[in-house]
Write a protein that binds this ligand. Structure first.
Ligand SMILES: [Zn+2]
Length: 422
């Protein structure tokens, strides 16, 4: 028996190598590579990498496994720019109740489900903007997905997020009652420690609330001074992280931009001067159109029968102004406020509010990858990670096609393939 061992080893290695080098050739009707739409292209994947993306007739390699995707458009896995995996729609449970009455274990169980819904909607990467009272629970959620324990998108996380003392909720309790907050307080000298601790516990980036609804009449007002914001950015940057800011007032946005944050979330009060400043400082804008739209409907607005409320009229105006000033737009809906898996809602609204469809597609793929420093994601190009989806029809003609995802590959692994079952 012993003398056969080398032969068996050789055969095993031969078979193993054949499996290891086998390529998957994806043949759709067209390919959106993260920038442009191409007819007659194919994409070839080996292990977790794209090894070819281009015209079918120029590919010379071996076509070992071919997946035909008739009537489908192949595109990069979408990247959600603003999510809260630890929240779910406020018409099911108020934000206060989610933060105060639900255990972290319950919220993690929900987040696990949310992660699966997100991935199955074709979003293979998600930037999460804070656990809203669930502490560092997103660190474990991210690891469980990374380790393959549960299905879900690749997560880029901010953990607790940072607020100025006294500014954030839940509010309305007697002053002798200590209640847990939806984010972590820091001011002046404690800023350095809080930023470093969040990084140490696993934050990929830092989220700060540069303003919040804490004015005398409950209106949004700036929170941190510009020096405090600068200290946050400096502290985060020396560890290789960046800072993003929730801001909707002119002054909150102005301070955040000058302090060096990389993205502004919401931005409802943006003015021409602010958009110009963002363009000049290369700060991207995440408008979260779908969140405001959802909350207004929870509060009774009949979208199909009633005129736009003032907040929507204003949002359309400011979004258009940001586009006209060529501010880089992050596709991110504040999903969690509305249902996880319904992420495409933001993309359709971006078009409704005036953005070209192809620009929306660029934003949710190569644009977000670029803004979030994800160097090997968001494009179908040789050397990039094989996060690839196929949607029915042509999304450049009709963005609602983004809801019909028939094929999903994440990191080279096929997690859904219904394309052949039409
Ligand atoms: Zn948010």
């Amino acid at each position: 028996m012993m003398r056969h061992k080398p032969l068996i080893t050789f055969l095993f290695l031969f078979i193993f190598c054949q499996l290891a080098i086998s390529q998957i050739v994806l043949v759709p009707d067209r390919v959106f590579d993260g920038f442009e739409m191409h007819a007659g292209w194919i994409v070839v994947v080996m292990e977790n990498q794209i090894v070819y993306s281009g015209p079918s007739d120029k590919f010379n390699g071996e076509k070992s496994t071919t997946i035909e995707l008739h009537d489908y458009t192949l595109m990069p896995g979408m990247i959600e720019g603003h999510a809260h995996m630890y929240l779910y729609p406020y018409n099911q449970a108020s934000w206060n109740d989610q933060v105060l009455k639900e255990s972290v274990s319950y919220r993690t169980a929900k987040a696990t489900w949310n992660a699966q819904q997100t991935l199955m909607a074709g979003f293979t990467t998600v930037r999460d903007l804070g656990t809203e009272g669930a502490g560092f629970a997103d660190v474990g959620l991210k690891k469980a997905i990374q380790d393959g324990v549960i299905p879900g998108p690749r997560l880029i996380i901010s953990t607790k997020a940072i607020v100025a003392t006294g500014s954030y909720g839940p509010k309305g309790f007697a002053d002798h009652v200590d209640i847990p907050l939806g984010a972590e307080e820091a001011d002046g000298s404690t800023i350095v420690q809080v930023v470093r601790n969040q990084i140490g516990k696993g934050a990929d980036f830092i989220k700060v609330y540069a303003d919040y609804r804490w004015g005398p009449e409950g209106e949004a007002r700036p929170t941190f001074s510009i020096d405090e914001l600068k200290l946050m950015v400096k502290t985060a940057e020396s560890s290789g992280r960046y800072v993003v800011a929730h801001a909707s007032t002119v002054e909150g946005m102005r301070r955040a931009i000058l302090a060096g944050v990389e993205t502004i979330e919401h931005g409802d009060g943006g003015t021409d001067e602010i958009w110009k400043m963002m363009k000049e400082h290369n700060v991207a804008f995440c408008p979260t159109l779908a969140a405001g739209d959802a909350v207004l409907q929870y509060n009774g607005w009949g979208k199909s029968t009633q005129p736009d409320p003032a907040r929507i009229v204003n949002k359309k105006k400011t979004f258009t102004a940001a586009l006209q000033n060529n501010v880089k737009i992050v596709a991110g809906g504040d999903v969690g406020v509305f249902e996880h898996g319904d992420n495409a809602r933001e993309l359709l609204m971006m078009h409704d509010y005036g953005m070209e469809r192809i620009e929306v597609l660029k934003s949710v793929t190569s644009g977000n990858a670029n803004t979030f420093h994800l160097e090997n994601l968001g494009r179908l190009k040789k050397g990039f990670i094989a996060d690839i989806i196929a949607v029915e029809g042509n999304p450049a003609d009709d963005l609602s096609n983004l809801y019909n995802v028939g094929f999903i590959m994440q990191n080279g692994v096929i997690v859904k393939n219904q394309a052949g079952q039409k």
